[in-house]
Design a protein around this ligand. Structure first.
Ligand SMILES: Cc1ncc(COP(=O)(O)O)c(C=O)c1O
Length: 464
């Protein structure tokens, strides 16, 4: 395809006409189609030759690249490395990369609507609000709770801490309490928010890898006796290592007793609230002051959409004060927020569409069924691994992550991981719990099914 030639065009040459748009869109969709077919039919990992890295590091040229060669290069790069949307991707926290989400992302950028303020396209801000209100209701937050879509769980955790800092925060006396196994983004966010390391209490976990509530109580009492202020208690609803869910009811009660802010990191586990089992396991989350939840995990959407929900209306705006004379013409819109007043971003992608379109296209029940299936797969894998003599199971999976190791020790566990990943159809990652190496099977990709569990079991049984 020849892109617009600036020499015979009064425009900059950057704006293709209708025919050129069609050619470009068709080439892009064809590339996407090849990538999606590869998901199902090719090995989960492909080599990345050093020459490919060299090619991809090349700077752009002064003149246009030819479309076929350009897309060929992109296709080659995208076909290398790990295929994260493959059915066998059970590593870290998988993200399904739903096709409907990819189309939503294309539309979100293609429509080029500014949703940082409510006045430019109020109907699209209303669409994004509908997603946030749906999420707030799902978690049982009261009418009037508010939210913000951000780039992911790390940004949502950071924004929650910034909000909490507006309430009863004293840089010297405030203390924050979080599980040893809380996600590292929380410690990073505390650091970015200027919270001194001496104010951070890492609380040990109990036999089920949940925060030890008795140890937490004892620590808080010791701090209070010392003149410190319990300021922020963080609960984890689905730890990244093993899916542990803290006793949220007990944490909420402690937070209420000490007037501390109660934040729950449900980035991975939160969307299980759509299921009956998830609602039971996350009981108490409805008492949180703020909740992080990631649609790019639990709703299997393409990367780039996390959410923060906040109980108290106005808390987000209170933490993100700021004004400028050039913003004086931005009018208020009754019933709709200016998102730039609720968070760190002014200009931002139209993330609401990434959540809204897939929910509308598939219906909520399809997501509930996929999440229920992930819980079933983790439970089934656990029961089958439990009976293998050479295998130790960490615990019955609290959510959709099954954790196990070779009884023979760390080296044998590592060898098992290597064997699983060498199969060409699985990607499994490890962690360290209690000083030992464990393997994790994280089920969250809607393409993963019983065939993947069978493949894991076959390899593990052969190797132990
Ligand atoms: C529990 C938890 N919190 C926070 C995060 C960070 O989320 P993100 O990678 O979207 O920034 C993760 C990521 O896996 C997570 O599992």
């Amino acid at each position: 395809m020849a892109l617009p030639d600036p020499s015979n065009d009064t425009s900059s040459g950057l704006d293709p006409d209708a025919d050129q748009r069609r050619v470009l869109a068709q080439a892009a969709l064809a590339l996407l189609e090849r990538a999606h077919r590869r998901r199902d039919h090719e090995p989960i990992v492909a080599p990345t030759p050093p020459a490919l890295i060299e090619t991809m590091l090349r700077p752009p040229g002064e003149t246009p690249a030819a479309l076929p060669e350009l897309f060929e290069r992109l296709q080659t790069a995208a076909s290398s490395g790990w295929n994260n949307a493959h059915a066998g991707d059970l590593a870290f926290i998988p993200s399904g990369g739903l096709y409907s989400g990819a189309i939503a992302a294309l539309l979100a950028s293609g429509l080029h609507a500014f949703t940082g303020s409510a006045d430019e396209v109020p109907a699209l801000v209303a669409l994004e609000e509908s997603v946030l209100r749906w999420l707030a209701r799902l978690f049982g937050l009261p009418e009037g709770a508010e939210g913000l879509l951000l780039s992911g769980g790390s940004a949502a955790n950071q924004t929650a801490i910034v909000c909490a800092r507006e309430r009863r925060y004293d840089p010297l006396r405030s203390r924050v309490y979080l599980s040893q196994h809380a996600h590292h983004s929380l410690r990073k966010a505390l650091h970015l928010s200027g919270i001194a390391p001496g104010c951070i209490r890492s609380v040990p976990t109990d036999a089920d890898w949940r925060v030890d509530t008795q140890a937490l109580k004892t620590q808080i009492e010791a701090d209070v006796a010392d003149g410190a202020l319990p300021w922020l208690i963080v609960g984890v609803a689905g730890s990244t290592d093993c899916g542990a869910v803290d006793n949220l009811e007990a944490l909420a009660a402690l937070a209420a007793q000490h007037q501390a802010w109660f934040h729950v990191d449900a980035a991975y586990g939160g969307l299980f609230m759509l299921t009956e089992r998830g609602r039971r396991r996350l009981h108490g989350i409805e008492r949180a002051d703020s909740i992080t939840v990631d649609p790019h995990k639990g709703l299997m959407l393409p990367y780039g959409v996390g959410a923060l929900l906040v109980r108290e209306r106005g808390a987000l705006a209170g933490a993100h004060r700021g004004s400028a004379p050039y913003l004086r013409d931005v009018p208020q819109v009754p019933g709709l927020p200016h998102y730039f007043e609720r968070g760190p971003e002014l200009t931002r992608p139209f993330r609401g569409l990434l959540v809204w379109l897939p929910l509308q296209l598939h219906g909520v029940a399809a997501f509930r069924a996929a999440l229920d299936r992930a819980l079933d797969l983790a439970a089934d894998a656990a029961e089958r691994l439990r009976v293998l003599p050479g295998i130790e199971l960490l615990q019955t999976p609290p959510l959709s992550i099954t954790v196990f190791r070779a009884r023979a020790g760390d080296a044998a566990t590592e060898a098992l991981r290597a064997a699983l990943n060498a199969s060409g159809r699985l990607h499994v990652s490890s962690t360290v719990l209690g000083g030992a190496t464990w393997l994790r099977l994280a089920f969250l990709n809607p393409r993963s099914g019983p065939a993947e569990v069978d493949a894991v079991l076959r390899i593990v049984a052969n190797a132990t």
